[in-house]
Each structure stands twice: as structure tokens, then as C-alpha cells.
Design a protein around this ligand. Structure first.
Ligand SMILES: CC(C)(COP(=O)(O)OP(=O)(O)OC[C@H]1O[C@@H](n2cnc3c(N)ncnc32)[C@H](O)[C@@H]1OP(=O)(O)O)[C@@H](O)C(=O)NCCC(=O)NCCS
Length: 150
């Protein structure tokens, strides 16, 4: 466990660092995806801030968790929070940063009285599956992801 890590809410200025870490872990850039996400999360006013970054000993960003919680016409949806992206700099993985980000995320959502979080994970991504399993996520009993090849 790395004790020098601090976690704070993600801000619009974290864009480049988030894109860079995501590129490190996926080995491809998703700049456009994050441009749209940051636009929605920080400019639209339709989402509550639920994304966090982890800072290393030099206050550089070592990881992030990006969540979405929509503020609808009838208020916050209690089971409508999702995790859309997560990433920890490979130099800082297996030091408990992913867990710390998840703990902050959940603590924050509980304060907002959210009771359920959803996320989609590729079944053959053992690292991500293990990570979510270690953080007490399990396959949904009520929702199935349907698909059709065309
Ligand atoms: C998954 C990820 C966020 C974990 O971050 P991390 O800071 O290394 O995680 P932690 O150190 O908090 O690990 C928590 C637990 O998750 C599991 N875990 C994490 N990395 C793992 C790995 N490489 N293999 C197996 N289990 C793993 C373990 O159970 C671990 O507990 P342990 O270290 O006590 O065994 C990180 O590996 C990552 O960024 N992966 C790429 C994510 C990705 O593909 N993002 C794009 C799609 S959204």
C-alpha cells in the first residue's frame, strides 16, 4: 500500500493527464472519447461530480476513476451511477491506488444516497475482472448485456 497517495475530485484541468494514463494502460489513445466525457461532466451541468484522481508524492496524477451520475428532472437516480473508465499508471499499479480510488468513489456516492453502481467489463480482461471482484462487484442478477453480430 502506497501511503503517499492523495485522492481528490477530478477537475477539467486534469484532461491531459487522464488521456495519458488511459493511453499507457490501453496502448492506444482515446482522446476524442475523453473530450466528449469531459465536455459532458464539466460543462453540461447535467452530471454530479463523481470522478476522482490519485496524486503521487510529487502531486502528479497516478490514476483516475471516472464515474457518471446524471441529475434528471426528478433528481438523482439512486441506482444510476456508472463507472465509465478507470486507469492507474503502470509504474504505480499494485500499490492499492485502484482500491483507494474505489473507496473514495463509493464513500462519495453513499453520501449522495446512491445505492448501486454499474460498470461493463470485458470477461477476458482478467486484471480488470480481478480488480472489480476484489472490490466486491459481481455479475448483475437482473440485467444481461444483449448483442447481435450483423
Ligand atoms: C485495474 C487497475 C485499475 C488496478 O489498479 P491498481 O492500483 O493496480 O489496483 P490495486 O493495487 O488497488 O489492486 C486491488 C486488487 O485488484 C486486483 N488486481 C489489481 N491488478 C491486478 C492484476 N494485474 N492481476 C490480477 N489482479 C489484480 C487484486 O486483487 C488487487 O489486490 P492485491 O494487490 O491485494 O492482490 C489497473 O490495473 C489498471 O489501470 N488497469 C487497466 C484498466 C483499463 O483497462 N482501463 C480501460 C478500460 S476502463
Amino acid at each position: 500500500m502506497n501511503k503517499n497517495i492523495k485522492v481528490r475530485l477530478m477537475e477539467a484541468k486534469d484532461f491531459e493527464a487522464v488521456v495519458k494514463i488511459d493511453e499507457y494502460v490501453l496502448k492506444q489513445s482515446r482522446r476524442e472519447y475523453f473530450e466528449q466525457k469531459f465536455e459532458l461532466l464539466f460543462k453540461s451541468g447535467e452530471f454530479l461530480p463523481t470522478s476522482f484522481v490519485a496524486l503521487n508524492e510529487n502531486d502528479d496524477i497516478a490514476g483516475f476513476i471516472m464515474g457518471t451520475l446524471y441529475i434528471g428532472d426528478y433528481g438523482i437516480s439512486r441506482d444510476g451511477a456508472t463507472i465509465d473508465a478507470i486507469g492507474v499508471d503502470p509504474d504505480y499499479q499494485r500499490q492499492g491506488i485502484g482500491e483507494k480510488l474505489m473507496d473514495e468513489f463509493i464513500f462519495h456516492l453513499r453520501q449522495l444516497e446512491v445505492t448501486k453502481i454499474n460498470t461493463l467489463v470485458e470477461k477476458n480482461d482478467a486484471r480488470l475482472m480481478n480488480y472489480f471482484d476484489a472490490n466486491k462487484f459481481s455479475p448483475s442478477k437482473t440485467v444481461v448485456n444483449l448483442e447481435r453480430s450483423i
